[in-house]
Design a protein. Sequence first.
Length: 82
Amino acid sequence: MPEGFEWSILDLEDDKQMQELFNLLRENYVEDKDHTFRFEYPVDFIKWALLVPGYNKEWHLGVRSSKTKKLLAFVSGTPIKG
């Protein structure tokens, strides 16, 4: 990880960390180049999508500023039975 950034496992059962993720998604994911349409997934939907049966907390990874601890990015995985 480049200097100034750090990995962070997010506990999405913690309301504060879930709100951080909600804000990150709301403020940074847009539909069009003019930023006129923004996706705003409700917290309940995010929980439904990421806290599936058998989920692995370590698969909810954030990137934070080392200095401010602000959540800057998020990547996740969910288990799928084949």
